[in-house]
Design a protein around this ligand. Structure first.
Ligand SMILES: *Cc1c(COP(=O)(O)O)cnc(C)c1O
Length: 382
């Protein structure tokens, strides 16, 4: 069986976890801060806060930006449901911007049009969540410019894009955004089992996120509202969550982070091989921007129509090659039917969905396995 994606673990990753298991702290020990420090240094952001998964990191990002009932959040439909759920979890309403048919990322033209209309109607978003789909950075320069013109905040959902860069900066530097969110699920660039993180250059956001990720509790005496009862005193200042990462998970994440550049270059090599072996086939690949560096999270091909895509999906399955469809447009999910969305503005998202297929791509996929995938592809397409 060839999976579509999976983790790559070495003996030193396993040893790093074992070391924590033999230490005094399984959680709230020294490894989480070490992981956070290494992540900040890697992406070039002032703060990073580790948490239990990418979904929690998105939720914390919404909380830090003050999202609540009555607010409007925009994102794309070509994403995992968690990108949109975080807004609903705060009581906000969500709306979707269409994607570009070539880059599969947010369409800047659609975004500009939608913003101009929303300004007239008084329905501008408070936050835009940008997804770097398949690891390819969205057009952050254009998005930042629009965010200044229309005064909305920008969150990067970079769950696909740890290790990617944009304009010479690592994704996560937050040069073009307020907060960036990562996931360390086993299919992502690096893994900690479950895990996520948020990076920002804003001190206040970092403080709020730490508070809410820790049941609303602070132990920093200079922040106390009440007079401390004694040296044991801690203070719950808001209703938060326990979204903390454990040291066991952080040890794996920290060990994996040391290998990220090797991981990305291996993924790039495989992705390049797919592209060159498919040159004569009627498939389209994601248009990559030469000024960016993708993290090559997914290898998506766009087929000529839904019939061909479905045929390929079955063909691969019977050949024991796991492929996937990324993503079912979020607005088609029953949970989102109450949002009164204008789907006529989301035609590219729907059309992309009917034709996309993600082929196996992961560190450790051999060239022989890749060639087997291409062989199955050719059997159906030629
Ligand atoms: C994986 C993923 C998430 C959620 O991350 P978890 O760690 O699984 O909670 C959110 N957004 C996108 C785009 C993702 O791919």
């Amino acid at each position: 069986m060839i999976p579509y994606n999976k983790q790559s673990l070495d003996e030193d990753d396993i040893q790093a976890v074992v070391n924590v298991l033999r230490s005094d702290f399984l959680t709230q020990g020294p490894v989480v801060p070490a992981f956070e420090k290494a992540l900040s240094a890697y992406v070039g952001a002032q703060h990073s806060v580790a948490c239990i998964n990418g979904s929690a990191a998105l939720h914390l990002a919404m909380i830090a930006l003050g999202i609540r009932q009555g607010d409007i959040v925009w994102t794309v439909a070509n994403t995992f449901v968690a990108t949109a759920n975080c807004a609903l979890n705060c009581g906000a309403t969500i709306d979707f911007v269409d994607i570009d048919p070539e880059t599969f990322n947010i369409s800047i033209a659609a975004l500009s049009n939608k913003l101009a209309i929303a300004e007239k109607n008084g329905t501008l978003p408070k936050v835009l969540i940008v997804v770097h789909f398949a690891g390819e950075p969205a057009d952050l320069t254009a998005i930042k410019k629009l965010s200044e013109q229309y005064r909305f905040k920008v969150v990067e959902d970079a769950c696909h894009a740890l290790g990617a860069s944009y304009g010479g900066e690592k994704v996560g530097s937050c040069k073009y955004s307020d907060i960036t969110v990562f996931s360390f699920h086993p299919v992502k660039s690096i893994t900690s089992g479950e895990g996520g993180a948020l990076t920002t250059n804003n001190n206040d956001y970092a403080k709020v996120v730490r508070l809410y990720a820790n049941n609303g509790i602070t132990k920093e005496s200079e922040l106390f509202v009440n007079c401390p009862h004694g040296p044991w005193y801690y203070e719950q200042q808001t209703l938060g969550y326990n979204y903390r990462l454990s040291d066991i998970h952080a040890a794996l994440g920290l060990s994996q982070l040391k290998k990220i550049d090797r991981f990305i270059s291996q993924r790039k090599k495989l992705a390049d091989r797919y592209r060159s072996l498919c040159e004569s086939l009627p498939v389209r690949f994601q248009l990559l921007c030469p000024a960016s560096q993708s993290a090559y999270h997914l290898l998506v091909v766009s087929l000529s129509d839904v019939v061909q895509r479905n045929e390929l999906f079955s063909k691969f399955n019977s050949a024991d090659i796991r492929v996937q469809v990324h993503y079912i447009p979020v607005f088609t999910q029953p949970v989102y039917s109450s949002q009164n969305l204008d789907k006529s503005q989301l035609k590219n998202s729907a059309s992309y969905y009917s034709r996309c297929l993600s082929l196996p791509l992961f560190v450790g996929l051999s060239e022989g396995e890749l060639d087997t995938v291409i062989k199955s592809l050719k059997e159906v397409l030629s």
